[in-house]
Design a protein around this ligand. Sequence first.
Ligand SMILES: [Zn+2]
Length: 498
Amino acid sequence: MSFDLDHYRRRAERFCEELSREYYLHLAGHKPELEIEPIYDGYADLFARADVERLRELAGGAAGGDEKRRLRYLLQFAFDGLLGLDTRSESAELAGLEASLEVDPGDGAVPYRAVPIEQANEPDSDRRAALEEARNAVLVERLNPLHRAMLERSHELCRAFGWPSYTAAYAELRGIDLETLALQTGSFLEATEDAYAAIVDPQLRRTGMSPLGGLRRSDLPRFFRAVDLDPVFPADLLVASFANTLAGLGIDLGRQTNVHLDADSRRTKSSRAFCSTPRVPDEVYLVIAPSGGRDDYGALFHEGGHVEHYANTDPGLAFEFRHLGDNSVTESFAFLVEHLIEDRDWLRHKLGVEDPEPAAAHTRAFKLVLVRRYAAKLAYELELHGDTAVLAEMPGRYAELLTRALRVPWPRASWLADVDGGFYAACYLRAWTLETRWRAALRERFGASWFASSEAGEWLRSLWSHGQRLDAAELLAETLGGELDFTVMATELTTPAD
Ligand SMILES: [Zn+2]
């Protein structure tokens, strides 16, 4: 039977819609079960090996331009789906275990998934470490065998399609030169090496933590939580400050009929903000459970950036450009909006903070830790997914690379659980550099308070209208010019702010 590309595209779009709506309904607390298996079963034909191979031929043979882009995005969608379908029983088992297992730090059981929250709220460093140890033991014994089976199966499937490795597969599928990116992020690690402790240690001290050298990984959730900043980020201003910020940009959240803001409280609702996009741009959800604090603001503004990007995407674009493509682009807009919560002018004007310095300095230190962590993760994932990987050596390499980048003794246990599928880490890293460029352009064109300029809003809406037709490098080249580059971000993160 011949391959009907238009039919495939229509079904792929419906699949995305149903899957996304199911996640929304479950995570927003409208239904307790997450029933994605029937959806996958109903669309299993999309991920049949013959169809994926046909898409790969078509993508390889296309001349260029938009048709080639659409085929490559569709091929990545299909191959991700094929891997997902092939490892769905392990995924379901993992999710079930993660939701049901408990860990005991010595004073009673804590749900497995609640460990980071428990650590963030635990003032006693030794109990945080005990939680970590108990969690790692469960990870090694119960979850890692499943993670490992999924990893080996994914590697095998890449080879079955003729790629030398998982790395080679995803470099082609994403259209990202991963080795070059790793060289750039390696230079970023070097460029921020000397300033790292000088930026992070004062914030550790301010939050009552041990400095680098004495800090443990189990302390990081507590550090990121920044309890002392709670008064700066009150729960009752969370939604209002977001709506107010959009209003400053000339965007009336209340009148965006395609954006559904869900702030109702439901018993099984996710405690973390998320965005869901069954139909781009016509049906976009921003779901929050406002509890306040720096983390909560960061999550809402990040997801709010995704929501505005999708809600302003041109409805006339092809499905692939509205729903698929290079997620470095949407992440760059999420980071741009998220960055506001460390912007001194924004803190003063929108939250009425008299002294924005502690909040701004803390968030900058947090970001430096995060970017260095992702740089180390990319280096590690290239080894893990390369064609010469020796899996027995990988837990050690993971611990070594993360320990070196963060100067925090890093446990080996999460060598598999800490890996983002399909090199998503590369998207975050590219997004951070792209966000730096968007922000510099906004300041230059519309001033330091660009977030209060409707012209800035108009410029952003024109960027958002492209959806993800172009990848991050192409979009930058076509709008501001130049290339994705980590040196600007390294300088920004290590130079005292104005
Ligand atoms: Zn995001």
